[in-house]
Each structure stands twice: as C-alpha cells, then as structure tokens.
Design a protein around this ligand. Sequence first.
Ligand code: CDP
Length: 227
Amino acid sequence: MTALSPKPQSLIPVIAIDGPSASGKGTVAQLVATELGFHYLDSGALYRIVALASQQQKIAWSDAAAVALCAKSLLIAFEHEQIFLNHQDVTNDIRTEAIGKGASQVAVHASLRQALIEIQHGFCKAPGLVADGRDMGTVIFPNAQLKVFLTATTEVRASRRYQQLINKKQAANYDDILQDLLERDARDQNRASSPLIMADDGVLLETDNLTIFQAVRFVLEKYQRFI
Ligand code: CDP
C-alpha cells in the first residue's frame, strides 16, 4: 500500500465508499453524489476499461507490464452516463461478467494501480467528490472527510447481482454468480497491492437489511456531522 504515493489532499471534500462486488456501493455513491451536487468517481470502471482494452489488444490480463503500458496509452472520457474509450462508447461493453472478472485480474498489478492514480485524483474537483471502489479511503484519498465501508453477505450480494442481470435481460445463473463473487472477494482481499480492506478510520455499513434509500441516508447523515 505504501508503494503508491497519493498527492496530499486539498480542501475539497471527499466521501470514499469502498466495499466488495455487488454490495450496492455504486448505486449508493451515485445517489449521494447527486444529493450533494458532488462529482462521482466510479473507479471500478477504470479497471474494467483496462481489462477491455487489454482484451482488444490481445494482452493477457496476467501480463503486468503490458497491461500497465496499455493503460497509459488509453484515452478515457466519462460524459454524463456514458463512458468512452478512445472515442468509442464502451458503457455497456465494460459491464459484462467476463470483463468484471478481467478487471479483478488486472487490478492485482501494482504498476497498473500506480498508472491509474492521476486520473482518479483528477476527479477531485469543487464542490466535492464521492469516490467508489476498493481503495478509495485507504490509498487514493486517505484524507477523505468520510470513509464508508459498505458491505453485505455474499448470498445477499449474489442475489442482487442475479436480479440486476435478469433486469437487464442477460443470462444469469445464481450458483455461477456466487462462485464468481467468492473468487473476486478472495482476489481483491488477498492481493499485495491496495487490498480490499476497511480503513482504520472508516465507518462500517452493512446493507443486508437496508434499502438503498436507508443506506444513502446513513451516508448523508454521517457526512453532515463532518461539515
Ligand atoms: O461492480 P463490481 O463491484 O463487481 O466491480 P467494480 O467496482 O466495477 O470493479 C471491478 C473490479 O475492479 C473489482 O473486482 C476490483 O478487483 C477492481 N477494483 C479495484 O481493484 N480497485 C478499485 N478502486 C475499484 C475496482
């Protein structure tokens, strides 16, 4: 974790929301950002874009040097709800289960994580930022005003992911999704570089029995205490 050197934080407020796959942190983070009028960083999308670009360029996800080099050459743009890679709309292409798996494989490389720091810091603009990922509070924005670790049991997360895929009319098998989540959790938690871990000064939010609305309210109430 210490090999990465995030820049000192400015006075711009940051809310870091970290947690495992399908914990609902993306939805919660976006709603909190909208409520506060803050910018939103979906850091997972960056790892997904790198996985997709590597695949397109026939680079193995396990090839740390080539993946990091590939990331440095990419033109990435977030425009409202759309995500562009080298001017191509990849909003849907990066959301497949296969690319999610690839994202967690490229994400183990310290050299790639280093290559993505600057672009992530670039999102930190007035009036504030809500950043969602795995290492927002521990590595990328260590001085964030509020750090939430949002989680739920594996079974609840697998059910949510299953429902998301069904709603999008994509093929879904609960057992495969559960297995995939367990593998991704293990890879994210056990990697040497920026593992998925709750920050020492983080706040735990278990969402098994919470609606999205309740989770958003929890974050907003915590944040109000900091300002
Ligand atoms: O949507 P889901 O929660 O499954 O994943 P995501 O947030 O889009 O992130 C995809 C993958 O990128 C994760 O499984 C992590 O391995 C990796 N990631 C990371 O290592 N660090 C981040 N800050 C964000 C994502």
